[in-house]
Structures are given as structure tokens and as C-alpha cells.
Design a protein around this ligand. Structure first.
Ligand code: SAM
Ligand code: DTB
Ligand code: SF4
Length: 337
């Protein structure tokens, strides 16, 4: 099978030309690339937990958790370890292979990090992959997370560098790139993507994808969120994005970053089944699974299971299970990849 090689030299014009393709041509191309790299009927599933909620010092215009916005969110201190382990066990029972813990911090203190490291180790002991999203990190903190065995760090670029100032003023686009560089330097898998539907233009969506696809290494995981409009945030009331524009952006992310998992992230609760099916056809192959995202609703697990059954989609196995199969029968697994 011929694999399209990952490229890191995509230009703004080339990306805009992809976004401008006739819809059916774009989806056909994205699905073709997708099949060269992945089983099109399998999804990677992660479950999220907010381990520290609200009272965040940043002013991200979309976020329910910023102390600068008047939302109805109840703030919570860092959760006790036992509560986190219970939530991870329950996610594992439902079939999730990765557990993602999110904290509403501008950046973690070293003491915060000690507590999160205990959580990472406990979740790893359950045989799950771990992901955390804790805000900005310095180089040393990234090194400590790697030592603790962290698999993924989520830190989104959120939008294009050109549109960024319309959404966030308390940290810069460059700050975000620096955190990603620390994470990558220590060999932690990078999860980085953005949000659509914040009033940005098609050129902004192209520019955000260009930033992601021209990183020294493509992010292993690329979450594409649809803005969840939260009352009390500055972006509440933004004109809704045309669903086909969202699907086009997923398709172009798939073409630009062929070996990455593209995650259909926040906003699924507001999408109908047909739209989600088109996102999977466009190359999305990962979702957040479980009734809650961080502070807002995700589709209920039962609704998802029904959708996946109707679409003949199965969950990706845990990496541990895949590894044990490779050891038992290396030829069979190699042929399937
Ligand atoms: N505080 C950390 C940070 O910002 O890096 C981690 C948590 S933060 C909630 C993680 C990501 O979730 C944000 O970067 C943003 O892309 C996404 N997100 C947050 N609120 C959202 C919303 N209302 N709709 C869509 N995506 C959202
Ligand atoms: C990401 O890109 N999306 C997730 C995860 N990374 C941490 C978070 C979505 C949050 C949606 C709004 C909320 O529930 O607060
Ligand atoms: Fe804080 Fe993260 Fe929300 Fe921004 S997105 S306000 S950093 S929790």
C-alpha cells in the first residue's frame, strides 16, 4: 500500500485550495488518505475528567472556567486521588483506553504537579493511557511529567495566530508554541488542535491547520472542537458555523496530518448523527466518550454506542492488548497494519 508521506511544508495557499475543493472531491481525497493510514471503521476513545474546575486566571473567550467571565459554573479544588481513580476505572469498564485529566490553571505550580503525577501513576496502574491538560509548562515540568510516564499532553493552539487576539489576551500564541516544544522535546506525545465556530474566517481555519501541520513533528492527536457556547462567556451568541465548513476542516486536517489521530472533540452533543457520520468519513478517528466533557455535556455513552453500532464502528483496542497480540502472532498483526 502506498502511504502519502507526512509533509511539513504546507503553504497557506495550498491549504486554502484544499478547503475550497468541491465538497465531494475533498471528502473522497480525505477518505483515501485516511485508508492509507488507518482502519476506517475504528475509533480511538478517550474519557475526560475535570480534576480542578473554574477560577482560572486566563481570559479565553470561549471558556466557562475563566474567573473573568460570569458563568453559572461551580468551582472546585483539585480532586482527591481516590475520586480520580474511581472515574478512570469506570471509564475503563465502558471501553475507554485513554483517560484525560484537565485542570483550569494558567500553569501548574510544582506542588500541583506532585499531585497530578500521583494521579498519572495511579491511572497508568489501571492499564490505561494517560493524558493531562494543565495549561503552560516549563521545560523542567515537562521532564517531570515524562518521568512519571505520561503518554499525552493536550495543549491547543485554539485558532490562527491572526485571529488569536480576538479570543485570548492573557497568554500569547508564542507561549503556546513554547509549551508544545517542551512537551515534544521530552518525547511526550503531543495532543494539539483548536476550536471552530468562534467567528473566524476560512483563511483563519487554514492558518491554524498550517501552524499544526508545520510543527517539527505533527501532533499525534489533533482535537477539532466545535465551540460549545456557554452563557456568560464573551463568545456566547457567536453566529453558528455552517456544519459543512466544520466537516471540510476535519477533512483538510486528515489530508495535512495523515498519520495523526484527528479527534472530533467538543460540540458532538450539538451535532446530529448524520453530521458525525460525515466527520468520520472525512477522517476523524477519535472521540471523547462519556457523558461529560470538562464542564459541559457530551453525548450520553448509550447514544454513542447506538450510533457506533449503526455505523459498524468499533473501538480501537488498548495499546497493551495490541502489543500482547503482536507478541503472540507477529505476522498476523503486521499484515493488518
Ligand atoms: N486550562 C488548560 C488550557 O487551556 O490549556 C486546559 C483545559 S482547556 C479547557 C482545554 C481546551 O478545551 C482549550 O484549549 C479549548 O481548545 C477547549 N475548550 C474549552 N472550552 C471550550 C468550549 N466552550 N468549546 C469548545 N472547546 C473548548
Ligand atoms: C480538547 O481539545 N477538548 C477537550 C480537551 N481538549 C481537554 C475539552 C473540551 C472542553 C469543552 C468545554 C467544557 O466542557 O468545559
Ligand atoms: Fe483557563 Fe484553560 Fe479555560 Fe483558558 S481554556 S480559561 S486556560 S481553563
Amino acid at each position: 500500500m502506498s502511504h502519502s508521506k507526512p509533509r511539513h511544508d504546507w503553504t497557506q495557499d495550498q491549504i486554502e485550495a484544499l478547503l475550497n475543493l468541491p465538497f465531494n472531491d475533498l471528502l473522497f481525497r480525505a477518505q483515501t488518505v485516511h485508508r492509507e493510514h488507518f482502519d476506517p471503521n475504528r475509533l480511538q476513545v478517550s474519557t475526560l475528567l475535570s480534576i480542578k474546575t473554574g477560577a482560572c486566571a486566563e481570559d479565553c473567550g470561549y471558556c466557562s472556567q475563566s474567573a473573568k467571565h460570569q458563568t453559572s459554573l461551580e468551582k472546585e479544588k483539585l480532586l482527591p486521588l481516590e475520586e480520580v481513580v474511581q472515574a478512570a476505572e469506570s471509564a475503563r469498564e465502558k471501553g475507554a483506553t485513554r483517560f484525560c485529566m484537565g485542570a483550569a490553571w494558567r500553569n501548574p505550580t510544582d506542588k500541583n504537579l506532585d499531585r497530578v503525577i500521583e494521579m498519572i501513576q495511579a491511572v497508568r496502574d489501571l492499564g490505561m493511557e494517560t493524558c493531562v491538560t494543565l495549561g503552560m509548562l516549563n521545560n523542567e515540568q515537562a521532564g517531570r511529567l515524562k518521568e512519571a510516564g505520561l503518554d499525552y499532553y493536550n495543549h491547543n493552539l485554539d485558532t490562527s495566530p491572526e485571529f488569536y487576539g480576538n479570543v485570548i489576551s492573557t497568554r500569547t500564541f508564542q507561549d503556546r508554541l513554547e509549551t508544545l516544544a517542551h512537551v515534544n522535546r521530552h518525547g511526550i506525545n503531543v495532543c494539539s488542535g483548536g476550536i471552530l465556530g468562534m467567528g473566524e474566517s476560512r483563511a483563519d481555519r487554514a492558518s491554524m491547520l498550517r501552524e499544526l501541520a508545520t510543527l517539527p513533528k505533527h501532533p499525534d492527536s489533533v482535537p477539532i472542537n466545535l465551540l460549545v457556547q456557554v452563557e456568560g462567556t464573551p463568545l456566547f451568541g457567536t453566529e453558528e458555523l455552517d456544519p459543512f465548513e466544520f466537516i471540510r476542516t476535519i477533512a483538510v486536517a486528515r489530508i495535512l496530518m495523515p498519520g495523526s489521530h484527528v479527534r472530533l472533540s467538543a460540540g458532538r452533543a450539538q451535532m446530529n448523527d448524520q453530521m458525525q457520520a460525515l466527520c468520520f468519513l472525512a477522517g476523524a478517528n477519535s472521540v471523547f466518550y462519556g457523558d461529560r466533557l470538562l464542564t459541559t455535556d457530551n453525548p450520553e455513552a448509550n447514544r454513542d454506542l447506538e450510533l457506533f453500532r449503526r455505523l459498524d464502528i468499533e473501538f480501537e483496542e488498548s495499546p497493551e492488548l495490541q502489543l500482547s497480540k503482536t507478541c503472540a502472532n507477529p505476522d498476523k498483526t503486521a499484515a493488518a497494519v
